[in-house]
Structures are given as C-alpha cells and as structure tokens.
Design a binder for this molecule. Structure first.
Ligand code: ZN
Length: 326
C-alpha cells in the first residue's frame, strides 16, 4: 500500500499568515477571515477522511493520492481531493466538511445548505464536480482500461444528507470502508499488474501542477515584525541573543521567529536580504540580522554585502533543528 501524506495547502498557509497580520480596518478583513475558515474546515475534513485509509484492510497493492492538481487539454485544472487506485478500479473522492442540511439538485447542479439557524446558502455541487473529474480521468487513463468510480464523502458527522440524485454515492465518512468493500465485490477482477499500477500512479504524480502562492498583497495592509502570539499577534517582539520578547506581556520565544519568517516568505517574497530582514522585523543592527540569517544556513546567492537568502519550502520544519543547536 502507498498512502501519500496530505500536506497543508499553500493557500491555507498564506491565509493563516494573512489572518495573523491583516489590519482590522482593511476592507477585505472579513472576506479573508471567511476564506480562511472555509479552507481550514476543508483541510480538517480531508485529514479526517485520510485516517480511514490507514485502517483499510486490503491485501493487494493500492495507492491513495491526495490533492492531485492536474490540467486537462483545455487548460482547465482538476483538483482531486483523493484518488484511490488499485488493480481492479479507481475511486475519485470529493470531500466536504459542512454542517447543516445538504440538498443536492441534479437539475440546477447546485448544493443548498440549510444551517441549523435556518440560513440558506448555495455551493457548487460536489456530485457534478466528481463527475467532471471522472470524465477527465477516463481520458487520461485510456491505456489502462481501469473502471472509474466516484463518491462524495461528508466529513462532518452532524451534517444531514437530504435529497440527492442517485448518480454518484454520497455518504458520511464512516461509510467509506463498507463502500470500498462493495466496490471490490463489484470488480473482482484485476485489470492491471502491480507494475502497471505503479506506473499509472507515477504518471499521474508526474502531471501534478506546482501549487502557487496567491498574488502578493500590498505590505501597507498588514503588520510587520515578529508578532506576539499571546497578544493576538498585535505587538511586535524584540530580539536579543536570538530570543524574542514581547514588550507588552513579556512572553519569550526563540522558535516564534520561524513562523514570522514564514509569514514573510508567503506574504512578501521567498527570498530575503540583511536589509529586508532588518526592515521587516525591526532589527536595529546589521550584525544581529547577519547572525540570525547565518544561524539557519539558508542557501544564498551573491557575495557578502549583497547576499540574497533563499527561504526553503516547509520553512518552519526546516528551521526547527537550528533552534536546538545553540
Ligand atoms: Zn505578548
């Protein structure tokens, strides 16, 4: 079995950074907060479903690929929450983490959610989205003649699945194991060898589009500096000997710098110079900034004074060992 680990989407990391820093008076403040809430709930729902795959008892080779972002021939993207592939069939899974009553309309292709307080909202129909992905997979998997199935999984146990057409199964996450076993009964025959199966999975992964950070927003719209997490990211923290201290509550931390630098990486740019570090993080001395930059051994280009440091991906994880090393 191969189960890929689902990484936090770039958009969510970007929204987290913005949530910490965007000024309250910004005209888009509530828009971005709502965006964050939705993307965060979506990711939490996906993680919940991911745990089910780990418990799957299946004796043969299979792949579970998460967050596949592929491009079709018309240059439109397909974002697949999860794709399960075994030698007998593949299953496209669309995951929704919503509460309330959900009505899926096959004629208008809309999903209508009625919240417990009676508010009614419209969403894109997950069943239609899944069918679209299935059509696309049919085209790109022609050489493998593997049956394609789809399912919509509701990750929130309090959601009520009300009216829905019978085009694609839709069920709560607790029904996933049973559904997979029913598909194995439906397709008892293996269409691919293990080698072909692996080749197909690798082919899909090689088509994966790189994820992009959303367009930069004007730095005058957000707070700069290393901000204090104990004070709702309002006051700036100041550094002495690598330790950051909040001037309001006196909270101290070394590792908080990693989160702040990641915010910079996502909201401003993926590279940083000594001057840019001093300006953004309000560091008065060039020597202090230099020590901070060298400590983490970031890859760099340029000579001494004009050195440009390239901030690695998964920056927080990358920086962790360096905080313990001194
Ligand atoms: Zn504080």
């Amino acid at each position: 079995m191969t189960i890929a680990i689902r990484e936090k989407p770039m958009k969510l990391i970007w929204l987290e950074a913005l949530k910490r820093r965007l000024l309250e008076e910004d005209p888009d403040f509530s828009y971005y907060h709502e965006q964050f809430r939705r993307v965060d709930a979506g990711f939490a729902g996906e993680k919940k479903v991911d745990r089910e795959w780990l418990e799957l008892v299946y004796p043969y080779t299979f792949f579970v690929l998460h967050n596949l972002m592929l491009m079709n021939s018309a240059q439109h993207s397909h974002q697949l929450d999860t794709l399960f592939i075994c030698a007998n069939f593949m299953l496209v899974v669309e995951i929704k983490n919503m509460n309330g009553r959900l009505d899926f309309d096959d004629i208008t292709h809309q999903c209508i959610r009625t919240k417990p307080d009676g508010t009614v909202e419209g969403f894109p129909n997950a069943l239609t989205q899944t069918q679209r992905h299935m059509q696309f997979l049919k085209v790109i998997s022609q050489n493998y003649s593997l049956p394609i199935e789809g399912a919509v999984i509701i990750a929130n146990p309090s959601a009520i699945i009300a009216s829905h057409p019978n085009t694609i199964p839709i069920f709560h996450v607790s029904g996933l194991q049973k559904h997979l076993h029913s598909l194995l009964k439906k397709y008892p025959q293996a269409f691919l060898s293990d080698k072909q199966l692996t080749q197909f999975a690798q082919q899909l992964l090689s088509r994966q589009l790189p994820s992009k950070i959303p367009a930069p927003i004007d730095p005058s719209r957000f707070r700069q500096g290393v901000l204090c997490p104990k004070c709702q990211y309002k006051p700036q923290m100041h550094v002495a000997r690598g330790i950051w201290t909040c001037s309001r509550c006196h909270y101290t931390s070394k590792a908080i710098f990693a989160e702040a630098l990641q915010d910079y990486q996502y909201l401003v740019r993926p590279t940083i110079t000594n001057k840019q570090l001093r300006e953004f993080f309000n560091i008065p001395s060039s020597d202090v900034a230099n020590r901070l930059l060298r400590k983490f051994q970031f890859p760099f280009t340029g000579s001494n004074k004009d050195r440009v440091y390239h901030l690695p991906e998964n920056l927080i994880e990358y920086m962790q060992p360096f905080f313990h090393s001194s």
